[in-house]
Design a protein around this ligand. Sequence first.
Ligand code: ADP
Ligand code: ZN
Ligand code: ZN
Length: 680
Amino acid sequence: MIKYLFYQYSITLSLIIEVAISIPLSKTFNYLCDNEVSVGVRVKVPLARKKVIGIVLAIKDKSRYNETNFRKKREDTLGYKLKSVEKVLDKIPILDKSILDLLFWSANYYHYPISKVISYTLPKNLLLGKEAKIKKIIDFPNKLQQPDFQPTDEQNIAIEQILKSTNQYHAFLLHGVTGSGKTEVYLHIIQSMIDQKKQVLVLVPEIGLTPQMITHFKSRLKTRVIAIHSQLNETQKLDAYLMAKNGDAGVILGTRSAIFAPISNFGLIIIDEEHDNSFKQQSSFRYSARNLGFIRAQQSNIPLVLGTATPSLELLKIAMDKKITRITLTKRAGGATLPKVSLIDMRSNTNDALSKILIEKIKQYLSIDKQVMLFINRRGYAPIYYCTQCNWKAQCNHCDSTMVYHRHINRLKCHHCGDEKIPEHVCPNCTKQSLKILGYGTEKLEETLYSYFVDTPIIRIDRDTTRRKKSFAQHLEQINTGKPCIIIGTQMLTKGHDFSNLAMVGILDVDTGFLSTNFRATEYLAQLLIQVSGRAGRHKERGEVVIQTRYPDHPIFNFVLSSRYTQFASQLLKQRLSAMMPPFSHQALLCANAKNKQNAENFLHEAAILLKSIQMNSVEIWGPIANTIEKKSDYYYFNLYLQSNNRVTLHQILSTFSQHINKLKLKNKVRWYLDIDPIE
Ligand code: ADP
Ligand code: ZN
Ligand code: ZN
């Protein structure tokens, strides 16, 4: 009897815990633990012959295990002998319940293993077992600067309406035209949260926006403002993480991954430029930070504010369904008006980047000391290097794409795989010396502009000129001096920037957008045109936008010229409804790629058969279909599309599929992944 009691006693002390470990395996592991331990702390555990760091996900009900065996023989459900935890690293959980709830929700929804979700979201230093301690707490006796203006009536209404719903879940779409002062609305509601000792999470699309925004926020808010983004070093990342977690930071400003920041005293989430695609991660863990914003706000029971001048169709639909409150700012703040937009028909123009009219306009604006921005979404010197005799084109050996000529390094480069080579002098096909470039990119545009405007500074902002850390911020600083200059901007410059002396925007080449096979292309193009146009004339004098196109009759321009985004979006929504495309249905993509083309395609054929055998009539399956760019870095890409009007059914079929995926013969011959709510 005594012996029996002793046995019971030792059992209660040693627990079985489930641990997530950051290794490329999807499963979690069970261990025995003799020490005090709670969910969310880190533990050091043996795995194979190594010692690794893991996170405790659950403390398990011992009765599920074979208690009649002696401890060293006790086995877990898989029949392995359980090993013991070597050390418990934390007293206070690194991941508290609220953040674990979000991570489990994400793992489940995106069909992505919880251990990988955790290793994606935790700072590396914590995964390495380093102490959860702040090295350098950033200070905030900031010099506060209040603006010399009062909120407009529209801004006041927006502020009041949002503040009415604090302390509960409520989603708002702050739909304000470009330059309407959405940031001002954010600042007021944030300060109100700070006064209530609450923390606010603000998500912005690109790191480029952060330096400006962080200085702006710091100068306005009576709290510590921290930034979480990919350019921080590991120590800074850990510090930022802990300052958010401990409540030391009142405002956490970050790009998409900041949606997973631990926040102890959560008051509000703001997602700026909601429509922006960078909120969706396009590799490994393919989550949408915008969509998770809704989940996190619901789980934390707090308001969510999504701001934009060009709402995504997804948001417009849920606004129509009254699941989100739409607040509009219809006027530009501070008396500025929306720019005048006009088209230049390029059909009669030869291959020149710039029409004569546009060059004249640039001259005019520079002569009155204004800044001009030219938007072109193609970096490099020229996109095509070809033979005028036989039509041979320089193609990448590893991808289905042409190579782009980069003049400053005299190389042909593949923008998909990064491969580069010295350009041939004679045609490799017909051996004639008849090779030429065709088209233009940012680099050639810069050169052309120099020939017209010798004395004007030209600031080119693309991935080639901003590779170095801080160089983007330096370019922005130069623009913000307000001195006359020509800015060559790519996608990086479309978002949120507020350049006070920028009077004209020229949009050079968006016609490729009309040729895209993505059903969302028109929506994106409308957003891009309005956003780029929205950079012009944001202060006092009215700005001007000039769009060069070979499709001047395209209906999209009707709406863009008169800034009627919502009407255009409503038309698109009607089309989507009649075709039952998202947001009126839900999609998932099963993607496979392999060096052997047949394997990639056949794997998806196998997968399609398995999916169809799961028998859910309400899920449509199309494919496999080759990717738009079929070959990338020597791998062939194929997609299988799943679509359903019912999100739950779609996810059920995917879960069942994931459980049976091992049955697929080609599983180990391909790389595959699921993309939930794909956008490309
Ligand atoms: P949005 O994000 O809506 O495009 P911003 O928040 O960048 O617009 O604001 C545009 C400009 O208007 C900024 O320079 C800002 O300082 C200014 N502004 C905002 N609110 C007001 C206001 N109430 N009165 C005057 N100027 C304002
Ligand atoms: Zn040739
Ligand atoms: Zn390539």
